[in-house]
Design a protein around this ligand. Structure first.
Ligand SMILES: [Ca+2]
Ligand SMILES: [Ca+2]
Length: 481
């Protein structure tokens, strides 16, 4: 319970009490890149440059939302006339004075010709961290009427004074004969309307959720199957785009769809050897247990009671020795987070996908934590010093000086150290109980049992000898159960 309680306290502190002071702790949501595109069916430069531009956009289709407006400079031409109010609203917002032009995420207009693949990629990189605005969409369709309900929830209380929600509906148009004089027959992401109107809906200034409910009646010239919804949160004064969400489903079919939260990750590089499987002649651990490893982490019972869902499909990553359980602790000794990981034969702890390191989700980058490594039947170890995370230099428990306490690791030759084998009930002390546990399992072959201290898949006298040799070892209080 203590661990769970610590996590809850941390969560409340990070998310509830000081969000605006700590950008790291604010919940962020995946953000798409909004591209406002200005073109015209009669503009020669548009037909010359648009296709290359939209090829570059297509390379990142799932991360980009385009709203394409026709300018007013040629009078009431076909596409413009169908959508005049919405197109005028976007061209006025950006003071568009020519075409083809684009604005990436509300930035100043640039020509389509100069907006290269690299420019688009840079704009995407700039929103990798996501947005603090969560967007949820619920749509229904009855006959020709589409009802759209959008809820925007910020994860902070300081809201831009002119932040508004715009719901844009877009449609790709494909003509058999060009509607204009420039020969273009395909018109990408044409803006059909802005809902509930072109002025958008102001966000609640106190940071409470803002709900918009709008209805769109399909005109005869719109194909419902091609219609898509884009929700934009934008500062209507500075044009800064705060969030963009363009779900893949057709307008009217997006029910219970929302922006995905970005889970922060901190990778910690840790190394340790286990005495039982360690082979002094190779300097590696044996991997005899590989075919017996459970596909899900085994620390979900007493004394660990860790309920993480770490697992691998069918076979473990190459050179796996066994599962280990890792704890990250703060300076006061509170466990902040636990993660199960796999131990590689060279001592590196790794993720179940085989990548080196252990990924945590509740740690704060550029802060320091103590780490505990637990193994089913070896004595747990605690780092002597706090480790600044994420770390590029591996923190190495095979160096005795890195381990908290005295005589907490076994000298195994090669000037290296390993976790003591034989704490079969993993309570942090070698006692007769460990022997009793061993004795109950002795004689079992080709299986995965706690009495198997050398991790060769069988419980035999060799495992007893490892226990007996370490029977006087006492773990420090900090790692005992
Ligand atoms: Ca024990
Ligand atoms: Ca064994």
């Amino acid at each position: 319970m203590k661990n769970v309680f610590s996590l809850l306290v941390l969560f409340v502190c990070l998310v509830g009490l000081s969000p605006q002071n700590d950008a790291q702790a604010q919940t962020m949501y995946e953000q798409q890149l909004l591209i406002d595109h200005f073109t015209h069916q009669n503009c020669g430069a548009c037909s010359a440059y648009n296709p290359t531009f939209f090829n570059n956009v297509a390379a990142h289709e799932e991360r980009i939302a385009v709203m394409s407006s026709q300018t007013s400079f040629y009078g009431l031409t076909t596409i413009y006339a169908e959508n005049q109010a919405a197109h005028d609203a976007r061209t006025d917002l950006y003071n568009v004075n020519g075409q083809p032009r684009v604005s990436l995420n509300g930035q100043n207009l640039t020509s389509v010709a100069s907006t290269s693949a690299a420019v688009i990629e840079n704009a995407l990189n700039a929103i990798d961290a996501g947005s603090p605005y969560k967007v949820a969409i619920n749509e229904t369709m009855t006959g020709n009427n589409i009802n759209i309900e959008v809820t925007v929830t910020p994860s902070m209380t300081t809201i831009d004074s002119d932040a508004r929600i715009f719901i844009g509906l877009i449609e790709d148009l494909n003509f058999n004969t060009p509607p204009g004089s420039n020969g273009e027959t395909f018109f990408h992401s044409v803006l059909r309307t802005l809902l509930p109107d072109v002025n958008g809906t102001p966000l609640n200034a106190m940071g409470m959720p803002t709900m918009v409910n709008a209805t769109y009646t399909l005109p005869s010239f719109v194909d419902a199957a091609e219609l898509r919804t884009i929700v934009v949160v934008q500062n209507n004064s500075t044009r800064e785009v705060l969030q963009t969400f363009n779900p893949p489903g057709a307008t009217g079919t997006n029910t219970g769809v929302e922006t995905a939260a970005i889970v922060p990750t901190t990778r910690v590089l840790l190394k340790a050897y286990l005495e039982g499987p360690y082979n002094a002649s190779t300097g590696m651990m044996n991997t005899a247990l590989q075919s017996y490893l459970p596909t899900s982490q085994p620390y979900n019972s007493m004394p660990w009671n860790y309920n993480g869902n770490e697992s691998f499909d069918m076979t473990p990553p190459a050179n796996s020795v066994d599962w280990v359980l890792v704890e990250a602790r703060d300076a006061a000794g509170n466990t902040i987070e636990q993660q199960a990981a796999l131990l590689k034969n060279n001592g590196m702890l790794m993720e179940t996908d085989g990548t080196d390191g252990v990924v945590f989700n509740a740690l704060t980058d550029n802060e320091s934590y103590y780490f505990v490594i637990r193994h089913r039947n070896h004595l747990a170890v605690l780092s002597r010093a706090p480790v600044l995370v994420p770390n590029s230099e591996v923190f190495d428990f095979s160096i005795a000086g890195n381990v908290s306490g005295t005589n907490q690791v076994a000298a195994v030759g090669n000037n290296t150290h390993a976790l003591y084998a034989g704490d079969i009930d993993n309570n942090g002390v070698a006692t007769v109980i460990d022997f009793v546990d061993y004795a109950a399992q002795t004689g079992n072959l080709n299986t995965y049992l706690q009495g198997d201290c050398d991790l060769n898949g069988s419980v035999t006298i060799n495992d007893f000898n490892l226990y007996k040799n370490n029977a006087s070892v006492i773990g420090i209080d900090e790692i005992r159960y």
